[in-house]
Design a protein around this ligand. Sequence first.
Ligand SMILES: [Fe+2]
Length: 173
Amino acid sequence: MRRRQLLGVALLIPLEGLAQTCGVITPRQTEGPFFRTDTPKRVSLVEANFRGTKLVLEGQVLSPQCKPVPNALLDFWHADDRGAYDNKGFRYRGHQYTDAQGRYRLETIVPAEYPGRTRHIHVKAQAPGGRVLTTQLYFPDDPANARDFLYRPELAMKLATRGEATFDFVIDA
Ligand SMILES: [Fe+2]
């Protein structure tokens, strides 16, 4: 009996290992000092009179089992093309929900660096009824990444072409 129990435990370990390799939960990062609540619901943050470089960010929100998470909340905020945050209004701030396949699409601009920080996009991601995951996304190959102690390569977006990026979130769902 004891021998059989041990065998069962031994068999469970590889299965659990497999499940973990599917989706590693997106690392959390500080929200920083510029988060604001009650952002507008919108998929485009691009203003009529925008300056800078347009950026389209697309991807999926997935569970640790790699299942799409529909109706997940994504709340984005970032600095403008001069490295400044809008702390009175909602420029470059907005939230949206993933579709039935867990997909999202954000239209915005490339934020500028500001003192001490490489280019980054702040985001809060949350499955319906789930825990909020706060993190930041980065631009790969940005020379300033090496000087930013918060930069993590796991949080770098994949740049398909200039102005088009992808990032998949893995969150508790
Ligand atoms: Fe920031």
